[in-house]
Design a protein around this ligand. Structure first.
Ligand code: PEP
Ligand code: MG
Length: 313
């Protein structure tokens, strides 16, 4: 067992029988890439950190420099840049958006483009320039995509700038249910389980009292993830998970079993997820996924997979 553990201690994510599951990082800036964590790239670059707490939007040049720094850190690897995810819950003074009674249901994420289209234009210009300057081809996705029309409009704006890998985050249940249609016009999807839980379970993600509803082992959430992964497999396009769920090693195995092709998490989670995946075959992950989907509630789902895991050791 010790030898297996050492072998699993670095390198790409793989099940014991060699099925690849890309292990990627969630970051807010190039500074998060220090510390020598071994990952295959960046699965979620939250660009809003560049915009937070500012009176004026960062200009084109400043944005190019920030994106280029991250792209140059993984010259041969994957880097997924998420366009600005702002709204009244992550207030940005320069956007000057009105207060809303239900900010999580309001003008946030990609929807900010309805009232301030110029912000996304400058950002996409800067991403395209950073790609050119670094000689890389980033993956670029929008947050809070809800409809096929929104996805298509975003894809047009990105592609007309020469961005070739365009995707959407799946954070809204309606989008998960239309994953197959979204993928007709996109190159990839990335499931944000933090928001997808919030919207699927009608439970504020900040609300401590509702933590049981926000548990990423909720079979209802897993079914939505499975729907997206199935669409990805049918289209031959990657579908990843970039919410906190990806950092739970047992759940990571379930997600791989559902057909998710990459798992993106903050740096401290990577090693344990790599190790857990290396301990089980893809068929085992698929059996775990079926068991979790079949459970009546999240505690039963987690316990069933954990018990199976112990039983096999
Ligand atoms: C998510 O919603 O799961 C996600 C990854 O995005 P954020 O946490 O930045 O909202
Ligand atoms: Mg989100």
């Amino acid at each position: 067992a010790e030898r297996r553990r050492l072998a699993a201690g670095s390198g790409p994510g793989r099940t014991s029988d060699g099925h690849p599951v890309e292990l990627l990082l969630n970051i807010g800036s190039a500074a998060d890439l220090g510390g020598g964590v071994e990952a295959e790239g960046v699965g979620l670059f939250r660009t809003e950190f560049l915009f937070l707490g500012r009176r004026d939007a960062p200009g084109f040049e400043e944005q190019v420099a920030a994106y280029e720094a991250v792209l140059r850190a993984f010259p041969g690897g994957k880097v997924v840049i998420r366009t600005l995810d702002a709204g009244t819950d992550k207030p940005l003074p320069f956007l000057d958006l009105p207060q809303e009674p239900n900010p999580a249901l309001g003008v946030r994420g990609l929807r900010v483009g309805r009232v301030r289209p110029g912000v996304l234009d400058v950002q996409l210009d800067a991403i395209a320039e950073a790609a050119r300057a670094s000689g890389t081809r980033p993956w670029v996705m929008a947050p809070m995509v809800t409809t096929v029309a929104e996805a298509e409009a975003f894809a047009v704006r990105a592609r007309e700038r020469g961005i070739t890998r365009v995707g959407a985050m799946i954070e809204v249940p309606a989008a998960a249910l239309r994953a197959d249609r979204l993928l007709r016009g996109l190159d990839f999807l990335s499931i944000g389980t933090n928001d997808l839980s919030q919207y699927a379970f009608a439970a504020d993600r900040q609300h401590g009292e509702l933590a049981d509803l926000l548990d990423p082992w909720q079979p209802g959430l897993l079914r939505l993830v499975g729907e997206c992964a199935r669409a990805g497999r049918a289209a031959g396009k990657p579908v990843g998970v970039c919410g906190e769920a990806a950092a739970d090693p047992l759940l990571a195995a379930v997600l791989a079993g559902l057909g998710v092709t990459s798992l993106s998490m903050s740096a401290p989670g990577v090693a344990a997820v790599r190790e857990e995946l290396a301990r089980r075959s893809l068929a085992r992950c698929e059996a775990d996924a079926r068991a979790a989907l079949d459970a009546d509630d999240p505690a039963v789902a987690r316990d069933t997979v954990a018990r199976e895991t112990v039983a096999r050791e």
